[in-house]
Design a protein around this ligand. Structure first.
Ligand SMILES: O=C([O-])CC(=O)C(=O)O
Length: 166
């Protein structure tokens, strides 16, 4: 999906920014993946050093949505790797935002999705299947709800209560 420029979205939606219906994530993410700009409705996931539920969600049809994973900011393993990046692309996800690490960076950079993560880490995660889908998550200073909209480009990431019009 062609994305609205985040800077422009901020300039033309000052009322939404002031009310908190539109908010910018703190700039803590690195940019990966082929799509530097992406946008879509959010699916939230809260996990910690365990990516079984990440795969479970990415195995469902993305339909242009964005998976937002609160991995608790862990710097001890990767929640998404090349296989999951490929799966996300094949299932039609627009992108993945990870409050945590990814791995197989070269493979992920070849995938036709947008990915944001704190860093890369070569270790895989646990496989216990613990976590919560569709719950509110607090990432980069911002509370994010399932079903809200995410807009990402080279300037940053915006969360909007509803779809923005151009
Ligand atoms: O399976 C994992 O833990 C993540 C991974 O390396 C991949 O997606 O390729």
């Amino acid at each position: 999906m062609a994305s609205i420029a985040t800077a422009e979205a901020c300039d033309s939606n000052t009322v939404l920014l002031a009310s908190g219906d539109l908010r910018a994530l703190q700039p803590i993410f690195k940019i990966y993946g082929q799509s530097r700009s992406f946008a879509g409705p959010i699916v939230t996931l809260k996990v910690f050093e365990d990516n079984v539920l990440v795969r479970e969600i990415l195995e469902t049809r993305g339909e242009g949505r964005v998976l937002v994973i609160d991995g608790g900011g862990s710097m001890r393993c990767a929640l998404v790797g090349g296989n999951l990046g490929q799966l996300a692309q094949n299932m039609g996800w627009a992108g993945i935002v990870v409050n945590g690490c990814i791995r197989d960076v070269d493979e992920i950079n070849g995938c036709d999705i947008g990915v944001r993560a704190l860093a890369s880490h070569p270790t895989k995660s646990n496989k216990k299947g613990i976590g919560e889908k569709h719950v509110p998550v607090n990432i980069a200073g911002t509370l994010i709800h399932d079903g809200e909209w995410l807009y990402a480009d080279s300037d940053g990431i915006l969360i909007s209560k509803s779809e923005l019009s151009i």
